[in-house]
Structure formats: structure tokens, C-alpha cells
Design a protein around this ligand. Sequence first.
Ligand SMILES: Nc1nc2c(ncn2[C@@H]2O[C@H](COP(=O)(O)OP(=O)(O)OP(=O)(O)O)[C@@H](O)[C@H]2O)c(=O)[nH]1
Ligand SMILES: [Mg+2]
Length: 253
Amino acid sequence: MKQKDKKRSKRYTGRLKNISLPDLDVLDELPVTADFKIARTADKRHLSRKGTMDLKKGRIIEVMSNYQCTVLLDGENVLASIGGRLKQFKSQSSTIVAVGDFVELDITHKPDYRIEVVMPRKNSLIRYSSGSFQKEIALAANVDQLVITSSWRMPNFKPGLIDRYLILAAKHKIRPILIVNKIDLCEDYDELEEAVAYYKESGITVILSSVVSGEGIEELKSELKYQDTVFSGHSGAGKSSLIAGTGIGAFDS
Ligand SMILES: Nc1nc2c(ncn2[C@@H]2O[C@H](COP(=O)(O)OP(=O)(O)OP(=O)(O)O)[C@@H](O)[C@H]2O)c(=O)[nH]1
Ligand SMILES: [Mg+2]
């Protein structure tokens, strides 16, 4: 018999030997692990922030970094930091909170507010970071509609970019609204109408606007009422000017 096989046959005899069971009453005196843990946590609760939290609901208005954001709390904008425990859970996303997120703030150490809970999102607009480890970057959360802002001139009307935003809106089940701004720079209205006919036929709300002449601003205003809206589009198309023109708060991505 080989040395290896001898060892194996010694170890596995097939019978239990020299086993003695203690008196079962002894087990009653040992603390059950779970109960023991709960008691220990209760003991230390006064030392941890978690045990003394006073949570209040708010909404993210602006994200400055992964450490700080502005939160709308009881109709007032306050600065808040992001709780350390939340940072442990970020995995596929490189952002912890996004504009529009509903959160719970710990207000115990007011005005040192801390975001402790991020509520589940109805939807979110996401883009991916560049590089080999592509991570999600949440641009906005809990959005009702996406205003795709284009301009007729300066910069020129670009259907390709509009279509990309339309796909994004469809993917996230967000209502799209197409704006063609700067129509005061338009010389041929037939050309303009022809360019947007396809979108109108597809059932998309199209607004032709000009911040200069004021055309389309009232129509846009009525579309923005009671809706959480994100403005997207080419740089210089007039997003900021339109938001200022309507005087209604909106998220400008
Ligand atoms: N002629 C004309 N100019 C406009 C109109 N709306 C905006 N502008 C001008 O276009 C320029 C860009 O407008 P913004 O509102 O800053 O554009 P934006 O989309 O916010 O640009 P980014 O912040 O870079 O993305 C500004 O000089 C505005 O004054 C318009 O209806 N007609
Ligand atoms: Mg702008």
C-alpha cells in the first residue's frame, strides 16, 4: 500500500469514535449569537450617528461633487454633504446622486445636513464615461419631460443630434418636446416647416421659438407647468436664454 493511501484509510474509518455529547442544558446558558449581536448594537447605539438620525425628505437641485450638493428642503435651498455609507454602495455608477433625486437628510446637526438615503428613481437620464472602464453618469433623475433644444441658425439645425436625444427620451420613457429656437434668424419659413414636418407627423410636440421676438415663449411656458423638465441640446442653441425667458425653474443639462 502506498503511503498516501495508508493516510487516507486511517482518516476515513467509516465509523465515529470517541464522541461525547455535553449535557444539553449547557447550551441554554450560552448566548444565542443573533440576540447577542442585537444587544451589543443597542448598547453602542448612542455612539453611532445612525441611531440618533432625524430624517427629513428633500430633493436634489444641484450636484457640486460626490461630496456636496444643494437640496430643496421645506421650500429652501440648503447645502448638504453625502453620507459615507452611501459611498460604499456606488458600483456601476460613478455618481451617487443626480439632480432630481428624492433623498432623506439627517437634520440632527443642522446646518450640517447629510444625505443618508436616496429614494428609488422613477427614471433617470444616463450617459457613460469615456475610457475602458465605462461607468454610468446619472445626469438627472425623476424627470417628466426632455426639452430637446435646437436652433435654426448659429448653430445650424442638426437633425442627427435631435434624433439621438429622441432615442434617449424613448429609452427612459420621458416625454420629448422639440424646440427650434432663433427663428428670428430664419429667412425661408417653408424650409423651416419642411425640416420639422417629420417630427410633427410623428406626434412630437414642436415649438418654434425666438427669445429675441418672444415667439413661442408662452407656448413653452404652458408646457413646462407642473412638470420636471430637463433642457438638452447643442451648446449655444439658447437653453439658458429660454429658461430665463420663461421664468420657470428647470434643469439645464
Ligand atoms: N438671435 C437669437 N439669439 C439667441 C436666441 N436665444 C439665445 N440667443 C443667443 O445665443 C447665445 C447662446 O445662448 P445660451 O442661452 O447661452 O445658449 P445655451 O444653449 O445655454 O448654451 P450652453 O450653456 O453653452 O449650452 C447667446 O448669445 C444668446 O443671446 C434667439 O432666439 N435668437
Ligand atoms: Mg447655458
